[in-house]
Design a protein around this ligand. Structure first.
Ligand code: 13P
Length: 253
């Protein structure tokens, strides 16, 4: 498949990873040869506690890092929060916002996700804005409508193709081993790109990277990554194994 957009494969470690797991990042860096890094952008989003050290350990590898969330506020009395500026200070390039685990477990609304994405943009971080329907919503035939609404509510104003990533992660596919069919992914990603047009302008929308996430594994990566309008993957569980993460990245190259 000929790509016009350089794909991004990002690992979301979620709430996993201690100092000893820096070895995973080291193994990814060691295994990512020059042709792979030329063909695919790679990023690791570790827990905030590891971000600074992990980023420092990857200097020279051209593997980027990212946060898993950020505050919508710049600074101040927000106990427990991490600001976009702090993520930049720790070396991050990206930040995941609006992951379904945050939308569901922390009740984040589209407006909050948008505010976080705008806070990220203001600090020069690239937000990875996550959207996706639940199983019930898909079964009710509402998947496209749900995701379009999430996009309209959560995509930040003022993003460029280079400064925004959108990840389609069907909630029912996350951590379950289930994935949508390539045809369903194609339909959704085409709809996402079309929906971004009026929000960002058509030219910008055409260049925004659209990642698929949800049970991406070495065994299904080639099939999913070769779908039109899929410009990479947001990988959870498989990103904790260097070989699996690299195999997924190679499937995008
Ligand atoms: P899994 O790859 O473990 O299904 O997780 C996907 C995800 O939520 C990435 O953000």
């Amino acid at each position: 498949m000929t790509r016009t957009i350089k794909p991004l494969v990002a690992g979301n470690w979620k709430m996993n990873g201690l100092k000893a797991d820096l070895a995973i990042a080291a193994a990814v860096a060691k295994g990512a040869d020059a042709p792979l890094r030329q063909a695919v952008d790679l990023a690791i989003c570790p827990p905030a506690t590891l971000l600074f050290t992990l980023t420092a350990s990857l200097i020279g590898s051209r593997i980027a890092t990212g946060g898993q969330d950020c505050s919508a506020h710049a600074s101040g009395a927000y106990t427990g929060e991490v600001s976009a500026q702090m993520l930049v200070d720790a070396g991050a390039t990206y930040v995941i916002v609006g992951h379904s685990e945050r939308r569901t477990l922390h009740g984040e609304s589209n407006a909050q996700v948008k505010a976080k994405a705008e806070a990220a943009l203001a600090e020069g971080l690239t937000p990875i804005v996550c959207v996706g329907e639940t199983k019930d919503e898909r079964e009710a035939g509402k998947a496209l409508a749900v995701v379009k609404k999430q996009l309209r509510g959560s995509v930040p104003d003022g993003a460029t193709a280079a400064s925004l990533v959108v990840a389609y992660e069907p909630v029912w596919a996350i951590g379950t081993g289930l994935t949508p069919t390539p045809a369903d992914v194609a339909e959704m990603h085409e709809a996402i790109r079309a929906e971004l047009g009026p929000i960002l302008g058509k030219a910008t929308a055409a260049g925004v990277r659209l990642l698929y996430g949800g049970s991406v594994k070495p065994g299904n990566a080639a099939e999913l990554m070769n779908v039109a309008n899929v410009d990479g993957a947001l990988v959870g569980g498989a990103s904790l194994k260097a070989e699996d993460f690299l195999a997924i990245a190679r499937a995008c190259a």
